[in-house]
Design a protein around this ligand. Structure first.
Ligand code: SF4
Length: 371
């Protein structure tokens, strides 16, 4: 029996290079930075007091967790005024915690393979994805018997399908995940690999009468709720604050008049980039054995897409020239990857508080996605 573990990488994985102090969205600012137990023990054993004095310990029962001592909104205390890391300068890159050493690389281990992908929370990754003309793939795709990878492959094949709107494909995949929640099996997945079936389902959705005013109002409220704790964060302020004020004072009727024209321009200019980033996220995060976790991971990808699109719409509507700048799209992809994708636990809590369930109803998603 061949027990060799294959290492598979996402397209252009090796092109990533951190630009450190030249990065305008440094990963050392604007979110919590966790420290793994092994790294903490190593620092403690080495009596690295200059590091330890900046580490916060949280105790929950017998379990201790560690993170960098700072408010979520603040810069990492190890970041110097030039944007370089004091730990790297004093001890070398190997001394970093695994989060800091690995980001934005993501490693998923399966019994027969290791998959290496990249996070869109890093602007360099989004640039690499945006510069790449070919479709995002995991290199030398090897079929697997694992149900989670079969489900992921079915989602990927639907998203890659040409001739449908991205939002329609996103909703169809969500429907697939919800439908046979308890019992996803090969025959069921085959149904969703049939283009004719996808076509019929999308046609069914298009016949549902959705109210554009209600849909816009709901996504406007969702946007404001999700960004509430982030719009003042220094690194995200220029991206979020002015459009949040615009959203607070939004005239839904005026916005509704601009929506269809915006969607066409958005699909033309940013559709390919968004599709590639979504594929990248699906490869990285739709890999859970537990179907409930798989649904949650996929749901985050849909919400990220909808809020990136809505943030760009707010910028488009608040600018007099009514145009879309691709750099804005990239910046919002980075921002919402951090606010939602890298913050899944907080988002799950947010949905449980607001919707009484971490898994959103299909009807709610098409209400805010397909108007
Ligand atoms: S966000 Fe990316 S490019 Fe910027 S500092 Fe972090 S790893 Fe480097």
């Amino acid at each position: 029996m061949n027990n060799e573990i294959k290492t598979l990488t996402i397209s252009n994985y090796n092109k990533f290079q951190c630009i450190a102090d030249k990065c305008k969205y440094t990963c050392c600012d604007g979110w919590d930075i966790g420290i793994d137990n092994d790294t903490y023990d190593k620092w403690k054993g080495d009596k690295a007091y200059d590091i330890l004095e900046n580490i916060k310990i949280t105790e929950c029962g017998n379990k201790k967790s560690f993170c960098v001592k700072k408010e979520t909104k603040e810069r990492c205390p190890f970041l110097d005024i030039k944007g370089l890391c004091d730990i790297v300068k004093s001890y070398g890159e190997e001394y970093l915690s695994s989060t800091c050493r690995i980001f934005p690389r993501i490693e998923n281990d399966f019994f027969d393979r290791k998959e290496l992908t990249l996070s869109c929370a890093c602007p360099m990754v989004v640039d690499i994805i945006g510069d790449n003309d070919s479709e995002v793939n995991i290199t030398s795709e090897v079929s697997s018997d694992l149900i989670e990878l079969k489900i992921r492959d079915t989602i990927v094949s639907i998203i890659k399908e040409e001739g449908f709107l991205l939002e329609d494909k996103l909703i169809i995949c969500y429907e697939m995940l919800l439908n046979e929640y308890e019992d996803i099996y090969d025959e069921f997945l085959k149904k969703y690999k049939n283009i004719q079936y996808i076509n019929e389902r999308i046609k069914d959705y298009s016949e549902i009468n959705l109210n554009i005013y209600d849909g816009l109002e709901e996504i406007n409220n969702l946007f404001l709720d999700v960004v509430e704790n982030y719009r003042g964060v220094s690194i995200l302020k220029t991206l979020l604050e002015d459009i949040s004020i615009f959203a607070e004072n939004a005239n839904i009727e005026v916005l509704a008049n601009q929506w269809d024209k915006f969607k066409k321009i958005f699909d033309n200019k940013a559709g390919k980039l968004l599709k590639s980033c979504i594929l990248s996220k699906i490869y990285s995060s739709c890999v859970c054995e537990d179907i409930e976790e798989m649904i949650q991971a996929y749901e985050m990808i849909i919400i990220e897409y909808l809020l990136v699109r809505y943030a760009v719409f707010l910028r488009y509507s608040s600018n007099r020239n009514n145009d879309i700048v691709i750099q804005d799209v990239k910046d919002y992809i980075v921002a919402f990857s951090r606010i939602i994708g890298n913050n899944t636990e907080a988002m799950i809590e947010f949905f449980e508080d607001g919707f009484e369930d971490s898994i959103l109803e299909l009807g709610y998603l098409y209400f805010i996605a397909l108007f």
